[in-house]
Design a protein around this ligand. Sequence first.
Ligand SMILES: Cc1ncc(COP(=O)(O)O)c(C=O)c1O
Length: 358
Amino acid sequence: MTFERTNIASMEGYVPGEQPKGKAVIKLNTNENPYPASPEVAATLANIKVEELRRYPQALAEDFRQIAAQLHQISETNIIPTNGGDELLRLALTTFVEAGDNVVITQPSYSLYPVLADVQNCNIVEVPLQDDWGMPVDFISTLNQSQAKMCILVNPHAPTGVLLDTNYIKKLAENFDGVLVVDEAYVDFVDPTQSYNCVPLIDSHNNILILRTLSKGYSLAGLRFGYGIANESLANPMMFKTRDSYNTDHIAQKLACAALQSQEYAQANWKSIRQSRAALTDSLNELGLITTPSQTNFVLCQVPDSFGAAELYQALKKRGILVRYFQQQRLEDKLRISIGSEEENITILAALQEILAG
Ligand SMILES: Cc1ncc(COP(=O)(O)O)c(C=O)c1O
């Protein structure tokens, strides 16, 4: 006997990456930022008084909407503040997809998408990426043939790090009748010379919903703050109908505002992560762990046949280094390694060298 709805009873929940207690572990498994949030965020936190928590927070996170709008040079009515990027995904499915509808994602992709689709009781249609992780050649026709209500693309892609350029996203949005969610959780780490800025597309394309998060680029994974960027026709139903009342709390709103206002600090952080990414990529390749060129704060690498990825994951774990191993199709011979601090990157490389040398 269960009180769960039928689809909830038959589904599996999301399995998060390991979060070990204690500080001794080098944690390169969940793509957290290795550097602290900005000094302005720390000062804002230190100045919050318990008295401020007596009242409810700003219901629409108005201050945050204004600061985010200014940053992206759009209107605050285009910003949907959420409790982490994950809440935006849940809101998008709740608002735009009926039970039984199809939602297209690529395979592989962020493993939360199918879980949220199960909750909404809609169907996930997984379209395999090409061998080099490029988009399938006939993706647009597959999308339309499936009569999908929504397509969720992660860009740059997780877990491969591959970036799709803005023209591709534009073309996709133009040829698709449903809502195109562009999950930009890792966009802050993209090389600025690349074509990556999809924000201006929301004016001309009313079916694009962009996801942003402060978890990665702003070192605030523990805060739970993200936001959507979209034309008002997508933003308004989420802001005024399906969102929980007070979905972001007072402390989170204040720190999120401080984080977005520390642009100089954030951009210096992204630059140093890009530099570390380049150095780590070269060193991994030299060790025979062939990487996919990444535009994120992680790299996916292929483990040599002589040494299984699961074994390498365990050997690193024994030495107090956590990376991500996915026991799933196309990824079971690979490891995803988050870019750590310089010291952490040196430590993992030394450990890999020793382990692979036997
Ligand atoms: C691809 C992708 N999208 C969205 C998120 C959501 O991030 P958060 O809920 O921490 O903002 C994550 C987090 O790991 C992610 O990897």
